[in-house]
Design a protein. Structure first.
Length: 213
């Protein structure tokens, strides 16, 4: 089951529930658009995307309404996969032990996913992309706030921080850290980067001394 619901960006979609063939066509178009955007450093034409997917441009418009709608669907697919990694149930004796694993898994996803550099780079300046990202981030923040609340109840985190604000701070900061790391290095080391980011998260949330991580 998807963590994020497709078409959350408000772009028009098909009037009826998609058939299996329709879902496969959507998936092919999203995959083709992702590849085109990566190769084009954030730029792509819907006719080229349709050709890559082996369908007509008209069918692409039918499923996504516009090129912006298709690009938004690619962004939403990225965040859906990101959320499936971030929202795993990690095992650990303490909240901190679980979060160390979560940070490493998310950092690995960002570094291994080819679309990350495009999304966090040139494509991220598009207004339609920013709108799609804001919807996806809002859902991640909601889940992150519940997680931080759990850390507070477990006694690992101080209770004075507002969980929703703290989650927004952490997730926004994580995105900026990844953007900077990918800009500054061709192949950042997963463990080193994850450790550096975890230290910043732990300090910003006021992780209590003695919490095992």
């Amino acid at each position: 089951m998807n963590v994020l619901t497709p078409m959350t960006s408000g772009q028009p979609g098909p009037l009826s529930a998609p058939t299996l063939r329709g879902r496969r066509t959507r998936e092919k178009l999203i995959d083709a658009a992702r590849g085109a955007l990566i190769e084009g450093a954030g730029a792509a034409e819907i006719t080229d995307i349709a050709n890559r997917a082996g369908v007509s441009a008209g069918l692409a418009y039918h499923h996504f309404g516009s090129k912006d709608g298709l690009v938004a669907a690619v962004v939403e697919d990225f965040y859906d996969r990101y959320a499936s990694i971030a929202n795993q149930n990690f095992r650990g004796e303490t909240w901190a032990q679980r979060e160390v694993q979560r940070v490493r898994a998310v950092v690995r996803f960002f570094l291994e996913e080819p679309f990350t550099r495009t999304l966090f780079g040139p494509l991220g300046r598009s207004s339609s992309v920013m709108q799609a990202e804001s919807v996806c981030m809002a859902m991640l923040i909601e889940r992150g706030a519940r997680n931080i609340s759990q850390g507070q109840m477990d006694g690992d985190l101080p209770r004075q921080a507002d969980p929703e604000i703290a989650a927004a701070f952490v997730l926004g900061g994580l995105r900026q850290c990844m953007s900077m790391a990918l800009k500054n290095a061709a192949n950042p080391d997963v463990d080193q980067l994850a450790h550096a980011i975890w230290i910043l998260i732990a300090q910003s949330l006021g992780l209590r001394e003695g919490s095992k991580s």
